[in-house]
Design a protein. Structure first.
Length: 138
């Protein structure tokens, strides 16, 4: 299951979904990035999280992948529902803090120079010539 980052202004996303993404994005720097203890970002109340959780519980995918805001949501789902289930969780350009704990089934990746994932010290880092926050190039 793939959970994308913040929705851009496209026709597929409702204004409510975009607004929820922007609110969640705004909370990240205020709360010190993703916090594994509790829901300090209020992620579980966002439409994006609710939609992702609904799809996860409906289809029970073996693997979860997230980019940017989607990584924080994927991490929350992994922490709450994937422990002992098997499968993998991969995070790209994630807003994680240096204190984020990872389990064996979790891997984080970032491009050098990506400001969103700057504090994800556990990430495998790559050099990419394009946009450092892009999902491409991993």
């Amino acid at each position: 299951m793939y959970i994308s980052g913040t929705h851009k202004h496209d026709e597929e996303s409702s204004w409510k979904s975009k607004f929820g993404d922007y609110i969640a994005d705004a909370r990240i720097p205020l709360s010190g990035h993703y916090s594994p203890a509790g829901d300090s970002l209020g992620l579980t109340t966002t439409p994006r999280y609710q939609q992702a959780l609904q799809m996860y519980l409906l289809y029970h995918p073996k693997n979860v992948v997230g980019h940017s805001l989607g990584s924080a949501i994927a991490k929350r789902i992994s922490d709450d529902y994937m422990t002992g289930v098997g499968g993998e969780a991969r995070y790209y350009g994630a807003p994680f803090s240096p204190f984020t704990k990872f389990r064996k089934h979790e891997t984080s990746f970032r491009h050098f120079g990506d400001p969103v994932s700057a504090l994800d010290y556990n990430a495998t880092q790559t050099l990419y010539k394009g946009n450092p926050h892009s999902f491409e190039g991993h």
